[in-house]
Write a protein that binds this ligand. Sequence first.
Ligand SMILES: CSC[C@@H](O)[C@@H](O)C(=O)COP(=O)(O)O
Ligand SMILES: [Zn+2]
Length: 251
Amino acid sequence: MDNTAPPEKDENADALVLSTDPLHPANHISDLCRRFYTLGWVTGTGGGVSIRHGDHIYLAPSGVQKEMMQPTDMFVMDYRTKKYIRQPAVLKPSACTPLFLAAYTHRNAGCCIHTHSQWAVLVTLLCESNLQSPTSTRHLFSIKEIEQIKGLSRGGTGSSEIAEGGRKLGNLGFFDTLRIPVIENTAHEEDLKDSLEAAMREWPEACAVLVRRHGVYVWGKDVVQAKTQAESLDYLFRLAVEMHGLGLKWV
Ligand SMILES: CSC[C@@H](O)[C@@H](O)C(=O)COP(=O)(O)O
Ligand SMILES: [Zn+2]
């Protein structure tokens, strides 16, 4: 299937991205990227966000200033056919598209965030070998007994409903160990797909995948969960790096 062929003329395609609702995916992606830019997550055109809205996948264009995007810049893909139903003529879809699709397919995610946060990059340089499983995903970021771990769900899309006693169902507890696999970077973003999918399969409880010397992919059942988990992870990555600098062990 040729996903890059120009779409057939569809007068209704713009209706997919035009809305006065700030939470409409086309508006929401533009807004999130502006916020993430201030955190250094999507600097210099790197990183990005995708949202699944029913059977429609919203994707940002490739190689653009992510904080300057407009709703009309968005690509829309039909999730079932994997064909673009809206394709801005002068732009290409994000090279992260196969990675975002992996989160939708393997975790039933509703949103996936890719950051180039320096804390994520630094922590990939400090992660130790996973000696228990030397055959596949070789490296793992693990941390426990830090309160912010409770902001992360099992598998990334676990329920965050509050159970009796105030416990968040599906979320990790203070004494649980958070484990995030680290995969090696590739020359081209789209070539990360196979190793990212392998890491997701090998670590079904992981809510994210780190990419060495590159950044992190984080997902959630919806935008709120993906965003808050990306925030919790960035907090933990930074904490781990700072602890390392102070000579403290984080595991
Ligand atoms: C600074 S270029 C970064 C890209 O190669 C890539 O890593 C990335 O995250 C964004 O890809 P894009 O195709 O612009 O959405
Ligand atoms: Zn990237």
